[in-house]
Design a protein around this ligand. Structure first.
Ligand SMILES: Cc1cc2nc3c(=O)[nH]c(=O)nc-3n(C[C@H](O)[C@H](O)[C@H](O)COP(=O)(O)OP(=O)(O)OC[C@H]3O[C@@H](n4cnc5c(N)ncnc54)[C@H](O)[C@@H]3O)c2cc1C
Length: 389
């Protein structure tokens, strides 16, 4: 297998050794596969040549960043894993237009450190920063600032990708590949919109025993432009963090309208919130699930979790709930419920292999259209999101 990729990159950057096949046989989903081989291309030209060779030899490719997705999006079965993390260069900073151009394997951590030194930031924050920008766009991730700045794809100004024949495309159409989990092309470079550093200057902790009151408050807060963060906790989670008795919404503002203004206190609230999943894991709630709901169904979704004693929090500003399950047996019921509510099973984490049985028609049609146009021979990430050809 290794021989197929011979001459494209230094031999040490292609491996079919058992230790590498084992290490790349899974991602953060815990699902497993057995790749044929792992390649670590160093630039877009090496990716292009790999695609051409793979396509000629009818071999599938699985684009991969850090493999932290939770849905099996980078689990490879009889395919070559294309680890893009060597392509992590920061190429250009255009201060005048507030744009930064990076290779797709650049980590969020590296990019934020770089921008921080320039007095700028990418307005995107998650629990940790060990994601590549390619992976973030692949799942169209949402983070703590997404209520104000949108999901990751909304921060992409322009990107370059290679299709299933190795042809390069440059586009501003983020709807084309954003959230398609590496099934439509390999993104090799992107230009992102940067911002002045974003800081929460004040916050409120909204507590209520009445879920409908909390939902109504969220509806109001979603319309306030100064809201930077809007996170929900059920009463079980709120109790763990000592936030009060009832449901809680943590609201972060970019100005001083909130009642809590002390920098240290604000930092502590968010730190505790970000540490919640770790605390829940230690209590046996180890499975991260998700779902995006219309606000009108938020009440039902939280009630569903409570009836089954499943703790739930989430990016409520986007309608995204993130329950933590203790056992797998309820997963299918949950994703059917999300769909029946008119919600989106992609939620925060995407579809991958894990949620394939529940994916909606709209997503399938979109992927089919992209496959027909850019990956007719199904070179990229076959079997993810849906079966094609
Ligand atoms: C502890 C933990 C907490 C998390 N919390 C959140 C959360 O709060 N919200 C949330 O949304 N997600 C969350 N995630 C999920 C995860 O972090 C995201 O899926 C992340 O964006 C993946 O980045 P990555 O570089 O690891 O991508 P990978 O996992 O390597 O890839 C993700 C997808 O993108 C595709 N891909 C990668 N690079 C490219 C490329 N260059 N071109 C085309 N396709 C590509 C892959 O094929 C795959 O389908 C969490 C994960 C963990 C482990």
């Amino acid at each position: 297998m290794k021989a197929v990729l011979e001459g494209i990159m230094t031999p040490s950057y292609v491996s079919d050794e058992d230790v590498d096949l084992q290490a790349y046989g899974f991602d953060a989903s815990g699902l497993r596969g057995v790749p044929k081989c792992v390649a670590w291309p160093g630039d877009a030209e090496q990716v292009r040549r790999t695609i051409v060779r793979a396509s000629q030899s009818k071999i599938s490719l699985v684009p991969r960043g850090f493999g932290t997705n939770l849905v099996g999006g980078t689990v490879a079965q009889n395919a070559v894993v294309l680890d893009l993390t060597r392509m992590g260069r920061i190429l250009r900073l255009d201060r005048r237009n507030a744009l930064v151009t990076v290779e797709a394997g650049c980590s969020l951590h590296k990019l934020q450190r770089f921008l921080g030194r320039q007095g700028m930031a990418l307005p995107f924050e998650t629990v940790h920063e060990h994601h590549t920008v390619g992976g973030l766009m692949g799942v169209n991730q949402c983070g703590f600032l997404s209520v104000a700045f949108g999901r990751f794809s909304e921060l992409v100004h322009e990107y370059e990708f290679l299709d299933g024949t190795g042809k390069l495309h440059v586009t501003k159409d983020v709807g084309l590949l954003g959230g398609l989990e590496g099934c439509g092309g390999v993104v090799v470079q992107m230009t992102l919109k940067v911002h002045k550093p974003v800081r929460v200057l004040s916050m409120d902790v909204v507590v209520s025993r009445q879920l409908h009151e909390v939902v109504a408050r969220v509806e109001e807060l979603r319309k306030v432009p100064e809201v930077l963060r809007l996170e929900f906790l059920d009463s079980f989670s709120a109790d763990i963090l000592g936030l009060g008795e009832g449901y809680v919404v943590l609201v972060g503002y970019e100005d001083e309208r909130g009642r809590i203004r002390d920098e240290g206190h604000i930092a502590k609230y968010w730190e505790d919130y970000q540490g919640l999943d770790g605390v829940l894991s230690r209590k046996g709630f180890v499975l991260r699930e998700d779902g995006e709901f219309p606000l009108g169904r938020m009440y039902d979704a939280v009630a569903w979790c409570e009836e089954r004693k499943i703790p739930v929090r989430g990016h409520v500003g986007l309608g995204v709930l993130l329950p933590m399950f203790g056992e797998r047996s309820l997963q299918a019921e949950w994703y059917r419920f999300v769909r029946d509510c008119g919600g989106d099973v992609r939620g925060a984490y995407g579809i991958g292999l894990k949620k394939k049985p529940f994916v909606g028609r709209e997503v399938k049609e979109r992927l089919k259209d992209v496959k027909e146009r850019f990956d007719y021979h199904n070179v990229f990430n076959p079997g993810k999101i849906m079966e094609y050809r």
